[in-house]
Design a protein. Structure first.
Ligand code: CS2
Length: 439
């Protein structure tokens, strides 16, 4: 039996506490991968179970039809399994109503963005989905391409303005430095080129709050799906598996209504920067270092790499002595406790988080994860032995026979194989050095 609205669910499994069929869609979410389903969709589901209404999510996949094929036959319903040393949890999430594949139905995506009920367009498109060129500015050629988020949002905003509808909140939930401001600047560059008349309306009617989003979500495996099927008594092709921990800090700057996410665990704050910077440089910085150093030492999973006595001190140093001092902490933000908590999360033996998943797209991740920390110390004449070891491990990874999944894979491999690898990758005009400057 395949999971769907009418499937009988074991009473021990929490289900949506609201009438799913009666909810309007208030959110369009572009990039409906496992991360969105395990994070923002869960907060939205909880907000509706707590009484909020009409925050159904229309999910959009820009290219792949996989998630649509998983979720549409299930009426958008799927399960979230949590795994930690303390135990396991299982629940259903009902916030997602349907999934559109932009490549197949572009107009349906534009119509969803332009719908009067829509107030928020969210994004989890990964770092490379923002289509930044080597100077950090929008790669306009790519942004005009068929699978660019800008095309759909631009056309949707134009339709809203033409219909006299209010603007939208564009909510970036990706691991970019200053994700809200970056999205705003990139969107403005696109509008200036394609819809010049829309730019002033965009400035006055739309908002792009910054967010810090955090939950570790390994890719779902067939073993995971089999375990869910046993527990649920139904097959769930859209199942996601994650840790118990979840955090969402959002800049309180919305164009219109929003779910009361703060009632269900999110923090709405005036300034996200200290949280976002700590997360990028400590959690994600450590993650990428674990990935390249760990793979080099023959490990497959995060929990194995952090248990390696040759690796753990490098990671501790990266977080505590290299990244933490660069962060201007918010009042009450305890970076030492944060590092302790991260080490525990990395050690979670119940979560099988593959290092190769984190190793993906290094050229897009390394600038905000390592280079900003490195630059801070260089200005003070200080070294960062852990980040330097991590960079060496990345170059060794590029030279190895491991698969390199990165938009710059060919160029990186060529640069890493030849002489002056560091200069060709990180030097002035190199492959990565300038790409990290905010747009
Ligand atoms: C990871 C992140 O794959 C990666 O690059 O570092 O996806 C990480 O698991 C999340 O940002 C945690 O919130």
């Amino acid at each position: 039996m395949r999971l769907a609205s009418e499937t009988p669910i074991p009473p021990s499994v929490p289900t949506p506490g609201y009438d799913r069929a009666a909810q309007a869609a208030g959110i369009v979410h572009i990039g409906i991968g496992a991360f969105h389903r395990a994070h923002q969709a869960v907060y939205t589901d909880d907000a509706m179970s707590a009484g909020d209404r009409d925050w159904g999510i229309v999910g959009v996949s820009l290219r792949s039809g996989d998630v649509a094929a998983q979720l549409n036959p299930q009426d958008g319903l799927y399960s979230v399994s949590t795994r930690s040393a303390g135990g396991a949890g299982l629940r259903l999430v009902g916030a997602v109503q349907r999934v559109l594949v932009a490549a197949d139905h572009p107009q349906a995506v534009i119509d969803a963005i332009a719908a009067p009920t829509t107030h928020i367009v969210g994004f989890t498109v990964t770092e490379k989905g923002y289509l930044r060129g080597p100077d950090g500015a929008l790669d306009l050629g790519a942004a005009k391409g068929a699978s660019s988020l800008y095309r759909f949002v631009g056309a949707g905003l134009a339709a809203r303005k033409a219909a006299g509808l209010p603007g939208l909140t564009l909510l970036s939930c990706d691991n970019l430095a200053g994700n809200g401001a970056a999205l705003k600047a990139l969107m403005r560059q696109y509008l200036a080129a394609e819809y010049p008349d829309l730019a002033p309306w965009f400035d006055s009617e739309c908002r792009c709050p910054a967010t810090m989003i955090d939950r570790i979500v390994p890719a779902t495996t067939e073993t995971d799906r089999a375990a869910v099927e046993t527990a649920l008594g139904a097959r769930d092709d859209g199942a996601v598996v994650t840790e118990a921990f979840s955090q969402w800090v959002i800049e309180n700057d919305f164009a219109g209504p929003r779910p009361r996410w703060e009632k269900v665990g999110a923090e709405l704050v005036a300034d996200v920067a200290p949280y976002e910077t700590a997360k990028l440089r400590m959690l994600n910085g450590a993650h990428s270092a674990l990935a390249y150093i760990g793979l080099g030492k023959g490990h497959d999973y995060v929990h194995q790499a952090i248990a390696d006595p040759a690796i753990r001190p490098v990671i501790e140093r990266l977080m505590r002595a290299e990244a933490a001092p660069t962060i201007d902490a918010a009042p009450g933000q305890d970076l030492s406790a944060y590092a302790d908590a991260l080490l525990d999360r990395f050690a979670n033996p119940a979560l099988h988080h593959r290092l190769i998943q984190i190793a993906m797209d290094g050229s897009q991740k390394i600038p905000q994860r390592w280079l900003e920390t490195l630059a801070w110390h260089q200005e003070r004449g200080q070294h960062c032995p852990s980040i330097e070891a991590a960079i060496a491990a990345w170059i060794a990874f590029l030279r190895s026979d491991q698969p390199v999944d990165d938009p710059l894979a060919d160029k990186l491999r060529a640069a890493a194989a030849g002489p002056y690898a560091i200069e060709r990758i990180f030097g002035d005009g190199g492959l990565v050095a300038s790409a990290w400057r905010p747009a």
